[in-house]
Structure formats: structure tokens, C-alpha cells
Design a protein around this ligand. Structure first.
Ligand SMILES: Nc1ncnc2c1ncn2[C@@H]1O[C@H](COP(=O)(O)OP(=O)(O)OP(=O)(O)O)[C@@H](O)[C@H]1O
Ligand SMILES: [Mg+2]
Length: 340
């Protein structure tokens, strides 16, 4: 049964075309010069109860706007949306009972209060009965051993501890759907894997539907059977994560740093690498902060060939090999259709 049904959903923002400077700011006060931004452009999808769906896409793709419509914060411009049978923006209160929300960089908890006091407030707000409340606290502790944290005020917590508590708070009232917006952002490997395990366990035990927004492919890999990718407001992929994986499975990222990071030297280095391999179209080279990033298609050329070329022809100071990041895959899917 579908717990979320979205049909031709659209959200257009009307924003002022702003002018520069003080004169411009005054002009803006009286201006009717608007432009329209289609943040979500006629998307449709159905999500079944108990699914964990990765909702992915580059910055500005429309993910948060979709989530805001699902949580009832924003009204759609047109189209239909139902969460657990309710129209979220019309029945905000009922919808709030059915959902839990976690934003990776913002806490929903009371900053100065010990966590347990926040939990007690949530118990009252959501009218959680004593048994459910007690059972859930026991379950949380059996999964992630957090009870020692409960007396700590949120402001004294590390980001990882706080995120853990935020996730527990969102699950406390047994919501049917949980929205997680970048829950593992900025966290180290060990707490990331703890959080992934927690989400997976709670989903399995309570059959909670999870919509997960992330830029971390590791999250998707660990949690999601299905991935939905949105770009420029349109859904460009909706399928099993496995099929997405098979599309980029052969790709690896080789990161190289050089001593001379001047614009000229970086551009020269990129050109040398590209021209050595451009016949096979096996790689793309970009600058990424302090690294030169080479995305290699191992079906076309061996990673070791690229590595040895780089080491023999360029003065490198450091090298690392990584899986391809979600952003690069999404860019490739968008640029090249589904033929990555
Ligand atoms: N309240 C608003 N008013 C005007 N434009 C907005 C508003 N909210 C979002 N937008 C625009 O809508 C588009 C989609 O934004 P959205 O926040 O949904 O992206 P996102 O996929 O969540 O990106 P990110 O990965 O950076 O969080 C962007 O172009 C953004 O600038
Ligand atoms: Mg967002």
C-alpha cells in the first residue's frame, strides 16, 4: 500500500529581480519585476509503507522543497500530494502526528535542556502513552546505549551525539513516516555507521517509512533499496539502488595533489592527463578544492594505468583513491541519460 502519493506536484516560487546597490534596494521596494523559479516541476511518485527511499540530487535540485510539501510546511502550486491519506498542507496537525523530521544541521531539541526533558515535552505534545514511551526508551538504549547522554543539555553535546538524540526524538511518537535531511553530514565514520544501523533497525522493527536526503553514497548503500534522483525540479531516476550502482560500479575517483597549486600548473596538469587518455574517453578530470580529481571508468582503462601515468609524468605530492561521489554520478546521469 502506498503511504505517500505524489502526482504532478509543482512548486513555483515568485521572487523579486533584485537590483544592485542602495538605489537598487530602494527601487526594489516599489518593483513589480518578478521572476518565477520552478523548484519542483510536475513530479510523481508512490512510496510504499516500510520503504527506505534515498531522495538524491545536487544542490538546488528541489529536494528540500519536496520535503517541505510532504511535511505540510509549504503549499504546492499545483498537483496532488497525500501522506498517509492526508493532504499535508490542509491537515497540518494530523500530518504532524504521522511524521518525524530530522535536519542534519539543525536540532529539533531544546538547546539548554537535558535531552530527557525534551523527550518528556515531546511525550506531552504527541500524547505518547506511558507504555509506548517506556518501551521506546528501552529499545533506543538497547540499540545505541544512549541513556548516559540523557542528562546532558543538548548544547554540551558533540554533533554526533546530538544527531543521534535528534533521530531518537523523531522516532519517539512512532510516526509512520520519517524524513531525514542529511542526517550524517559532518560526522565521523564510526558515528555514521551507528546512525545507519539505528535507522535500519528502527525501520525494520516499526516498519517506519524513511525518506532520506543525503549527498553521501555510503548512506544510500547502507540503507536504501530504492533511489529517486531529482535535478532541476524533475525526477530523472527512480529505480532500485542496485541498478544505479551497476551504472557507476566501474567508476573510481583518483585524487591527486601537486606542490604547485597555481591555476596555470593545475590547468597544465589536467591537460596532460586528459590528452594521454582522451582516445578511450575513459576519464574526466576536474579541479576539486585542493585536489585534481580524475574519475576513471575502469571498464575502459585500468585504474593502475592511470595511476602509473600520473606518478611517472607529474610531480605529485599525494594520491588517494575513492568511490565515486553521489554528485558525480548524478551529473553523469543527467548529462548522458542513463548510459553512464
Ligand atoms: N523560499 C524560497 N523562495 C525562493 N526560492 C526558493 C525558496 N526555497 C527554495 N528556493 C529555490 O528553489 C530551488 C530548489 O531549492 P531546494 O532547497 O529545494 O533544493 P535542495 O535540492 O534541497 O538543495 P540542497 O542540496 O542544496 O539542500 C533552488 O533554486 C532554490 O533557490
Ligand atoms: Mg535541501
Amino acid at each position: 500500500m502506498s503511504i505517500i502519493e505524489i502526482e504532478n506536484l509543482e512548486k513555483t516560487f515568485k521572487v523579486l529581480n533584485r537590483h544592485e546597490g542602495l538605489k537598487g534596494a530602494v527601487k526594489d521596494l516599489f518593483s513589480h519585476d518578478y521572476k518565477y523559479i520552478k523548484a519542483v516541476d510536475k513530479i510523481s511518485m508512490k512510496i510504499n509503507a516500510g520503504e527506505i527511499v534515498g531522495y538524491l540530487g545536487p544542490n538546488g535540485a528541489g529536494k528540500s522543497t519536496t520535503i517541505k510539501m510532504m511535511t505540510g510546511v509549504l503549499d504546492p502550486t499545483s498537483g496532488h500530494i497525500k501522506v498517509n491519506g492526508n493532504i499535508p498542507y490542509k491537515n497540518r496537525r494530523i500530518n504532524a502526528q504521522n511524521i518525524g523530521v530530522v535536519f542534519g544541521q539543525r536540532t529539533q531539541l531544546w538547546w539548554s535542556l537535558p535531552v530527557i526533558e525534551s523527550f518528556k515535552i515531546l511525550k506531552m505534545i504527541y500524547q505518547i502513552n506511558d507504555k509506548t514511551y517506556k518501551d521506546n526508551l528501552e529499545l533506543f538504549d538497547s540499540l545505541v546505549k544512549v541513556s548516559s547522554l540523557y542528562s546532558k543539555p543538548v548544547r554540551q553535546m558533540s554533533l554526533g551525539q546530538r544527531t543521534l538524540c535528534d533521530i531518537l526524538a523523531a522516532f519517539l511518537h512512532d510516526p509512520k513516516v520519517i524524513f531525514l535531511d542529511e542526517p550524517t553530514i559532518g560526522l565521523d565514520v564510526s558515528i555514521k555507521s551507528k546512525i545507519r544501523m539505528l535507522i535500519k533497525e528502527l525501520n525494520a522493527r516499526k516498519n517506519t517509512t524513511v525518506i532520506l536526503t543525503t549527498h553521501d553514497m555510503g548512506d544510500v548503500e547502507a540503507l536504501c533499496q530504492r533511489a529517486v534522483i531529482i535535478d532541476k525540479g524533475k525526477i530523472i531516476f527512480d529505480d532500485q539502488f542496485e541498478s544505479l550502482k551497476s551504472m557507476f560500479g566501474s567508476y573510481r575517483t583518483l585524487k591527486v595533489s601537486v606542490d604547485d597549486m597555481s591555476e596555470k600548473n593545475i590547468n597544465d596538469t589536467i591537460r596532460i592527463i586528459e590528452s594521454a587518455f582522451n582516445q578511450t574517453k575513459a576519464l574526466t578530470v576536474n579541479r576539486s578544492e585542493d585536489w585534481i580529481e580524475i574519475i576513471v571508468d575502469q571498464d575502459k582503462t585500468a585504474l593502475t594505468d592511470v595511476l602509473s601515468f600520473v606518478i611517472n609524468n607529474i610531480h605529485v605530492s599525494d594520491v588517494k583513491i575513492e568511490e565515486v561521489e553521489a554528485e558525480s554520478i548524478i551529473r553523469k546521469i543527467y548529462e548522458g541519460g542513463r548510459t553512464v
